[in-house]
Unconditional design. Structure first.
Length: 408
């Protein structure tokens, strides 16, 4: 009997030693609990028979700096998050493994094309989008009802949308129509709708007539009584104004849902798509997304590819979606019954998902440049006009001069 027990123990030790552990790294905060639960409930059970186990480590603080340091030191995980905002320089560095040889074209084709393109460089796919966000319009139904103004809807143009904002702001004292921020991460969606692109065919940034038209419309919102500057309302983002009922409308992604659940749980709000450019009849948007990418120096690449497949499986993405945590990157999940459930958060998620394929949707990245540096001249121009410190002509000219220096 003793001999049998020893044999079984040795066999169990052999199985344990044969198990491959795939390390994952990503954001800290809420992601630590969320991804750890996803790994425990979905990923590891799916890979148990193959002797593979995933483990997640959340990085607190400056994640990008921590990841770059870990890659340089040879201590980075097998799989890690890469934010679209700073993805391209990292992919070009050779430290991220191309995924084309681990996934067939058919496997890659199940992902939203705009999302997959965001992590593709020179024909190589360097990450699978784990989830995403776009921008949408959130509106406070009670404030619109009180002002006797129709709700914003997907047929609105910039003009009809602005008119509704003006009417609400005029009807209700101390409430802004829209909370306006001097931020390309919001304004840029409107510029995209005109046909303007951050980089032309020669790789230069040209603030052309299309850019100017969107810039003039956006910066006129405060002057024309359709909105108020976020800083004048004591807020730093449109969601903060909206949650405190300082503004009737916000322009945010699905991340606002959790904030409103805590900040304003009883608010009656709706969500609709970004309004249409009255000239092009198109709407613009951004794709905000993070990939799961593979360490080029990983010693467990085949196992890591299997974990990556499980992390982005329909089961994993439905698990995330059912908890209201993020939007799935697989195109087929647009028809998930979860989106069709009643309720303001499900509507929010559904509209934000639709935004990924509606109009001129560009990834929130800026090629090989640091996105913060590229956006700074545009943001400064927006702020200068909104606050009355510069004319539109002067602000755009100054921004163009600075961009000419940055974009070479």
């Amino acid at each position: 009997m003793k001999k049998i027990l020893v044999t079984l123990a040795l066999a169990m030790l052999g199985l344990a030693s044969a198990q491959t552990v795939v390390k994952l790294q990503g954001f800290g905060g809420n992601d630590t609990a969320i991804i750890s639960s996803l790994v425990r409930e979905i990923v590891n059970p799916a890979l148990e028979k193959e002797g593979i186990r995933a483990e997640y480590q959340g990085i607190e603080g400056d994640y990008r700096a921590a990841l770059l340091n870990a890659l340089s030191a040879g201590t980075a995980a097998d799989l890690f998050y890469v934010d679209i905002f700073w993805s391209e320089p990292l992919f070009a560095s050779g430290r991220v493994e191309p995924l084309n040889k681990y996934f067939t074209p058919q496997e890659l084709a199940v992902f939203n094309r705009n999302l997959l393109n965001a992590f593709t460089l020179r024909g190589n796919v360097y990450g699978l989008p784990k989830d995403f966000n776009t921008l949408a319009v959130q509106f406070n139904k009670d404030l619109f009802d009180e002002a006797k103004v129709p709700y914003p809807n997907q047929t609105d143009t910039w003009d009809t949308f602005k008119d509704k904002l003006k009417r609400v702001q005029a009807a209700i004292k101390d409430v802004a129509g829209l909370c306006v921020v001097a931020d390309h991460a919001r304004f840029g969606a409107f510029a995209h709708a005109t046909g303007w692109r951050p980089f032309n065919a020669q790789g230069r940034t040209v603030l052309d007539a299309n850019f100017r038209r969107a810039f003039e419309w956006y910066t006129s919102l405060v002057k024309d009584g359709a909105g108020k500057y976020a800083q004048d309302l004591g807020e730093g983002w449109t969601g903060g104004c909206f949650g405190a009922e300082k503004a009737a409308v916000a322009i945010e992604g699905a991340w606002i849902g959790g904030f409103l659940r805590d900040k304003a749980p009883n608010m009656r709000y709706g969500t609709t798509l970004i309004p249409l450019d009255p000239v092009t009849k198109q709407r613009g948007n951004f794709i905000f997304t993070v990939s799961w990418s593979m360490n080029a120096a990983s010693k467990n690449k085949e196992a890591a590819a299997k974990v990556l497949r499980a992390l982005t499986s329909p089961e994993a993405q439905n698990w995330i979606l059912s908890r209201g945590l993020a939007l799935p990157s697989r195109s087929a999940l647009a028809n998930s019954p979860i989106f069709q459930r009643p309720g303001k958060e499900n509507e929010l998620n559904r509209v934000v998902f639709q935004g990924s394929t509606s109009g001129a949707v560009l990834p929130f990245k800026f090629g090989s440049l640091d996105g913060g540096n590229w956006m700074r001249p545009v943001n400064e121009a927006l702020q200068a006009v909104i606050t009355g410190k510069k004319s539109v002509d002067q602000a755009i000219a100054d921004a163009q001069a600075e961009l000419n220096r940055i974009v070479r």
